[in-house]
Design a binder for this molecule. Structure first.
Ligand SMILES: [Zn+2]
Ligand SMILES: [Zn+2]
Length: 89
């Protein structure tokens, strides 16, 4: 009995995490560094650098938020997009 209730509360309080669409869950993004040809280089090349993804701050995922700004929690189901309170209305 107690365990069931704990599980319920956990589902109600655990936000659904959405993989970051910008870095696809990697937490960083690649960007091009053009290195044009010049005196010390025969051919222009493009280096690839990586930087922490700004969208998710490097976490690779973030809490799914309802339109009202509250997190959508697991109790609503994996595909839910509204929080418990908004679903009640
Ligand atoms: Zn990201
Ligand atoms: Zn809401």
């Amino acid at each position: 009995m107690g365990k069931m209730k704990d599980l319920l509360i956990e589902l109600q309080e655990t936000p659904i995490m959405t993989p970051c669409p910008d870095c696809l869950g990697d937490g960083y993004v690649e960007y091009d560094i053009p290195r044009p040809h010049g005196p010390d280089r025969d051919v222009g090349v493009i280096d690839v650098g990586t930087e922490v993804c700004e969208t998710c701050s490097g976490d690779g995922e973030f809490e799914r938020l309802c339109d009202c700004g509250e997190p959508v929690t697991k109790i609503m189901g994996q595909d839910a997009e509204v929080c418990m309170e908004c679903a009640d209305e």
